[in-house]
Design a protein around this ligand. Structure first.
Ligand code: ATP
Ligand code: MG
Length: 347
């Protein structure tokens, strides 16, 4: 038994639908061309996400997390050149005409950003903004759309939704505004919600509350979630799967429980190295790793982490493939770290 979007208990009749990939990203590449240079922001990113799961994408600033997420929805500026494949429930999204993309945005995949203050219209009551989002994706009349908007406010657990409906964004706290943004994102019942640093601007307690809400929605609505974060503690606590990105590529991918205990890629290890008590540190931002991320307009051949990597050798002048080396555990490295046990000792 599960619960459908209207809140009714339903029997899942198609067990395969619960396990097949909802999203398949294959060799995604995005570059930005100007007269002076070409910035290679995403360089062959591949991953899959099953329906109803939560995937965290982590990596240093500039590693291509946001650009790759925006590429899913065709939300990049005209200077962006996108290639590769993004299949959503079997439909190719790369190259889809803007009109079709607009129809699918929100309905298939919706996005929540870091700064709700800037995403909401300060001059409109929040109820009106949600009602408009509902009407944009349905043929409900105004009254029915309003009822649905109040229902959405209830769904995102905003206290006193009937009263808040008539308030303006400045009357709400940061956490409440983010709940409103999530309500807008849910207006068309998307099957995938992408939250790009959606809790970064919030204090630690509110951050945890919003993550709990995303988790609840994911489970209740059977929605897949991609959370983009600098916070390894959040990724470890909430996501089921984790991708670590470096220089526009995935460098390690596994279920969270595997990744955080059996790290292989030296870059991920460097991220985690400073965090021996990750599970006891619920809010741990990415540590600073010595050296600089590569210049994306002049990417060297080979492994992009090579200049900063203790394990690097001549082999690394050739780019290692991103491959599944153990069941469900992918990495791109010629010199993966020894497997370690949970207490950190090498085996
Ligand atoms: N419109 C653009 N024109 C040119 N370069 C861009 C544009 N948008 C992003 N980039 C570049 O693409 C690269 C990846 O940026 P992206 O925003 O995806 O990084 P990120 O991993 O989300 O970083 P952060 O953690 O800081 O949000 C960066 O080098 C960035 O400067
Ligand atoms: Mg970003």
């Amino acid at each position: 038994m599960s619960i459908d979007r209207a809140g009714n208990d339903v029997l899942v009749t198609d067990p395969e639908s619960a396990t097949r990939s909802l999203l398949e990203v294959t060799d995604l590449r995005v570059y930005f061309a100007s007269a002076r240079q070409r910035v290679h922001a995403v360089n062959g990113l591949s991953y899959r996400l099953q329906a109803g799961r939560m995937l965290a994408i982590v990596g240093e600033s500039g590693s291509g997390k946001s650009v790759s997420a925006r590429a899913l929805l065709g939300l990049l500026p005209h200077t962006a050149q996108v290639s590769g494949s993004v299949r959503f429930d079997g439909t190719e999204l790369v190259g889809l005409p803007e009109r079709e993309m607009r129809r699918r945005r929100g309905a298939d995949i919706a996005m929540v950003f870091q700064d709700p203050a800037r995403s909401l219209n300060p001059t409109m009551r929040i109820g009106t903004q949600i009602t408009e989002a509902v009407r944009a994706h349905s043929d409900l009349d105004r009254n029915a759309a309003r009822d649905r908007a109040v229902e959405l406010l209830r769904l995102v657990r905003l206290a006193a939704p009937q009263r808040r409906f008539f308030e303006y964004p400045h009357q709400l706290s940061g956490g409440m505004r983010q709940r409103v943004m999530i309500a807008i994102a849910l207006a068309a019942s998307p099957r995938l919600l992408v939250a790009d640093e959606a809790t970064t601007a919030l204090d630690v307690t509110t951050q945890a509350q919003i993550m709990e809400l995303l988790l609840e929605l994911q489970q209740r609505l059977g929605m897949a979630v991609i959370m983009i974060t600098h916070d390894l503690g959040l990724a470890a606590s909430y996501a089921q799967d984790v991708i670590v990105m470096y220089a526009g590529r995935a460098v390690e991918y596994a279920q969270a429980s595997t990744l955080f205990t059996r790290v292989r890629m030296p870059y991920t290890r460097a991220l985690l190295g400073a965090l021996p008590q990750l599970e006891r540190e619920p809010h741990t931002l990415l540590p600073v790793i010595p050296g600089q991320p590569p210049d994306l307009s002049a990417l060297p051949a080979g492994c992009p982490f090579r200049p900063r990597c203790d394990a690097a050798s001549d082999d690394c002048a050739t780019a290692p493939p991103f491959a599944e080396h153990e069941p469900g555990h992918w990495w791109a490295c010629w010199h993966p770290a020894e497997e370690t046990s949970q207490d950190g000792a090498s085996r």
